[in-house]
Ligand binder design. Structure first.
Ligand code: FAD
Length: 422
């Protein structure tokens, strides 16, 4: 018989990203009497979230109608967009900004700082936010339904033996467990497999995002400018592109996103990012500056076709853990916030995870994914086909009578002796 300490809540949320915090805030706004805690593995909320993002603000307007009079610490209206095709290390062609990439009315934020700004607002409503604790195991009840999570033990040596200061992790039991772990969450992956939630969907696909925040010499930035690029240093069969966000105080967030279905076995996304910064249009911006912070994170790219079933007995998936990122826009924050709010509304109305999958699939969150569902898979046939297909899908607002399939990323990788550079 285990003598672990047990805490009981109505709801336990795993992950204090935008999805988990939106869920907790909305739940308390609707039913203040329900008890909810948010477990976050980072030592402080927001520190494991890659910062420097452009967000669509409507979901935040819905969650916190007054947020514009008390904005997050970094929050700049987008002033203008640019879109470039990089042809080689020197040349670049300016293209019209595709509809998906237009950011009029959007804001450049630090996502980490925004989560750190949301957490106290959740606490003010009575949510218990516990940073510094990773949920490492799922608890089940006698009906094999999810019944909460176990927090990992602390003070464990590499060989598994207890070190001085060892503390046994507690069990948190709850009527509903909300998986808001972000992309490829440990417990989410385990539960998707255990409950076969992906048996009727295409394989999930992923990208990798490398991001740096630069302090550059004074006078180089155009505050609020958002620039995206396609093409070099990626070959035409590698999906991806870069982004540059001009912040205040002479700071620039730069990043490269690469689909993990690349064919070239010798390709290194990290090296491609280093090459990108040498491009004749980018180097003069960064030269003489210094990197303030850097990070790498996976993105969930499968969208509509790859969405697993989002409910299981006792638990639901929301945000990137569910796979709700809109990949042509490279935006998932508004989808995370919207799904968090909607899941909270569902739970307060039904006191159950049952029906959440249908509810989400009938919502604006899913409609947004459906509209862009064929854009990402179109790039499997190369950049040129991908761009033509993306224009068609945008013009027809996703009404094509077909849905292109997603394939597991690894299946695209060629063997060394089969690969011919394009
Ligand atoms: C390079 C890059 C650029 C991006 N740019 C943009 C952009 O410009 N605009 C935009 O809208 N979106 C952007 N996104 C996507 C956006 O970051 C995500 O869609 C969004 O953060 C998803 O929110 P979430 O709450 O679902 O997950 P996350 O933000 O990933 O939050 C999950 C949280 O859960 C915690 N966690 C995970 N597992 C556990 C566990 N077992 N126990 C406890 N805690 C746990 C993590 O530490 C994290 O804090 C970008 C993503 C990347 C990688």
């Amino acid at each position: 018989m285990s003598n672990r300490e047990v805490m009981e809540y109505d709801v336990v949320v795993i992950g204090a990203g935008p999805a988990g915090l939106a869920f907790a805030i909305r739940l308390k706004q609707i039913k203040p009497a329900l008890s909810v805690c948010v477990i976050e593995k980072a030592s402080a909320v927001g520190t494991q979230i890659l910062s420097g993002a452009v967000i669509e603000p409507t979901a935040l307007d819905h969650l916190l109608p007054d947020w514009r009079s008390n904005p997050p610490p970094i929050c700049l209206p987008v002033s203008h967009d640019e879109f470039w095709l990089l042809r080689d290390p020197q040349r670049a062609l300016r293209l019209p900004v595709p509809t998906q990439m237009r950011n009029r009315g959007n804001f450049i934020i630090s996502l980490g700082a925004t989560c750190a700004w949301l957490a106290p607002q959740a606490e003010a409503l009575g949510v218990d936010v516990f940073p510094g604790f990773a949920a490492t195991e799922v608890l089940f009840d006698e009906r094999a339904a999810v019944a909460g999570v176990r927090i990992g033990d602390m003070g464990v040596a590499r060989d598994g033996s207890p070190k001085p200061g060892f503390t046994q992790g507690i069990d948190i039991r709850a009527e509903l467990t909300v998986l808001a772990e972000g992309c490829r969450g440990h417990l989410s992956k385990y539960l998707i497999k255990r409950f076969k939630l992906d048996q009727n969907s295409d394989p999930q696909t992923y990208g990798i995002g490398l991001k740096e925040l630069w302090q550059v010499p004074a006078g180089r930035t155009q505050v609020g400018k958002v620039a995206h690029t396609l093409g070099w240093p990626l070959d035409p069969h590698t999906y991806g592109g870069s982004f540059l966000y001009h912040l205040d105080q002479d700071r620039i967030a730069i990043g490269l996103v690469v689909g993990l279905d690349y064919q070239d076995p010798g390709f290194s996304p990290f090296e491609a990012f280093q090459q990108l910064k040498q491009h004749s249009r980018i180097k003069p911006l960064l030269e003489g500056g210094q990197i303030l912070s850097a990070g790498t994170r996976t993105l969930v790219e499968g969208g509509y076709q790859s969405l697993p079933k989002l409910e299981m007995p006792g638990a639901v998936l929301i945000g990137d853990a569910a796979g709700l990122l809109n990949v042509p826009k490279i935006k998932g924050t508004h989808q995370a916030l919207r799904s968090g709010m909607l899941a909270a509304e569902h739970f307060t109305e039904h006191r159950s995870s049952t029906g959440w999958d249908t509810r989400l699939r009938g919502s604006a969150v899913m409609a947004e994914l459906k509209k862009v569902r064929n854009i990402r898979p179109g790039f499997k046939r190369g950049l040129r086909f991908g761009l033509v297909n993306a224009s068609w899908e945008t013009m027809t607002a996703g009404y094509s009578p077909w849905t292109l399939k997603n394939h597991a990323d690894w299946s695209a990788l060629k063997k060394l002796d089969q690969y011919r550079a394009p």
